[in-house]
Write a protein that binds this ligand. Structure first.
Ligand code: CAA
Length: 394
């Protein structure tokens, strides 16, 4: 069985590929080296419609399905993973969260800005003491009638220094545990929002990752998303979709490393023939191709399940855990295929290797994904649902 892309999906994939090769590839090494935020590139991605792909056109989005979004993420991630993580957070965590669970006023106020790229958003869940253990929120949001007062510190926040809108997860009722958690839309220029230092990272270096402090920030009640106490479920649901985006990023990283390795190995000669003709390299390429196809099926299927309105929690976790491990393995192999050239920046594969690592960590580590999968299977969901429609015989 194979997936068959429709014309629109294929066109999105082609446009993203062309954009990544023409607009992102030149300058990607310098931006990474200097930790330069890709302001101009993100502006163009907004113009191209890559920042709010799944959002209803009435809020300025592209009205596309998740599979189209995955295809665009994959192509962009072959080249520039700082741009693709900015894109992923904005699309899957911020826009999707607001559109799916926000009020009509919240959608009208924020989505057009976020889909156009005028604003970008960030998702503020992690704290110094609450990473994988996300229910242990120390940030508080105390109810004062028509507003909440927010206090606390968030860290590892993607887009932390560049976003205009923060989705902040906070504890409103300690006694209620995770059922006392809320999520708020906080504008970054609100009084009391302090952006901490930018992290100097191993990979995705031109995306900006910050600690953010909230000191007595007044948040209007209408900026809470959903009913009182819905915040933790909101975070979990949004992260399930986010994991599809990160899985697509990992798939793209593996694909980028593979494409560069095939091209290099056909050009580079050793012992009188291209190294691709030596079995040591040819078998590496064969393994890369095979693993990429397997990862692709998991990633595309998780997007398709989401589009069909079926449960995709385990499928997204499986896609992320597998694709991120493939990305890590294959980028290491790609550096090996390139030999000494793989170890220098000019050939791009060392950057992809550094970028791959974070896909095993953010939006839930590989260990958290295995926790999600194993809990679901022990509850009785032995297999991910696989209805026949949407798949074609190949
Ligand atoms: N959908 C809906 N509800 C869910 C859910 C889901 N997928 N998963 C859990 N819940 C609900 C449970 O049903 C439960 O609710 P009830 O008690 O009302 O039934 C509640 O949430 C608590 O669930 P658990 O008891 O399973 O909670 P837990 O403490 O054992 O933790 C966890 C669950 C899955 C490990 C969760 O803490 C988790 O996902 N941790 C990882 C956090 C994470 O991914 N962080 C990434 C940071 S964001 C980021 O990286 C973005 C970026 O910038 C790139």
């Amino acid at each position: 069985m194979i997936f068959q892309l429709n014309e629109e999906q294929q066109a999105v994939k082609d446009a993203a590929r062309e954009f990544a090769q023409k607009e992102l590839k030149p300058g990607v090494i310098e931006r990474d080296s200097n930790m330069t935020f890709p302001t101009e590139q993100i502006r163009k991605m907004g113009e191209m419609g890559f920042l709010g792909m799944m959002v209803d056109p009435k809020y300025g989005g592209g009205g596309m399905d998740s599979l189209s979004y995955v295809l665009a993420m994959e192509e962009i991630s072959k080249v520039d993973n700082s741009c693709s993580v900015i894109m992923s957070v904005n699309n899957s965590l911020v826009c999707w969260g607001i559109e799916t669970y926000g009020s009509e006023e919240q959608k009208q106020k924020y989505l057009p800005k976020l889909t156009s790229g005028e604003w970008i958003g960030s998702f503020c869940l992690s704290e110094p003491e609450a990473g994988s253990d996300a229910t242990s929120q120390r940030t508080t949001a105390i109810d004062h009638g028509d507003h909440y007062i927010l206090n606390g510190t968030k860290n590892w926040i993607t887009n932390g220094g560049s976003s205009s809108l923060h989705l902040v997860v906070a504890q409103s009722d300690v006694e209620a545990g995770h059922r006392g958690i809320n999520v708020f839309l906080v504008e970054s220029d609100s009084e009391g929002v302090v952006i901490g230092a930018k992290e100097d990272k191993l990979g995705i270096r031109s995306s900006d990752t910050h600690t953010i402090m909230y000191n007595d920030v007044k948040v209007p009640k209408e900026n809470r998303i959903g009913e009182d106490g819905f915040g933790f479920k909101f975070a979990m649901k949004v992260l399930s979709g986010g994991r599809i985006g990160i899985a697509a990023q990992a798939l793209g990283i593996a694909g980028g490393a593979y494409e560069l390795s095939v091209a290099y190995s056909k050009e580079r000669e050793a012992f009188g023939k291209p190294i691709s003709k030596h079995q040591a390299i040819a078998f590496k390429l064969a393994d890369m191709a095979t693993e990429i196809e397997a990862a692709k099926m998991l990633v595309y299927r998780s997007a398709w399940l989401k589009d069909e309105g079926l449960d995709y929690t385990s499928a997204a976790a499986m896609a992320k855990v597998y694709a991120s491990e493939v990305a890590m393995r294959q980028t290491v192999e790609a550096v090996q295929v390139h030999g000494g050239y793989g170890f220098v920046k000019e050939y791009h594969v060392e950057r992809l290797m550094r970028d791959a690592k974070i896909t095993q960590i953010y939006e839930g580590t590989s260990e958290i994904q295995r926790m999600v999968i194993s809990r679901n299977l022990l509850k009785g969901q032995l297999y991910v649902p696989t209805p026949a429609s949407g798949l074609v015989e190949g």
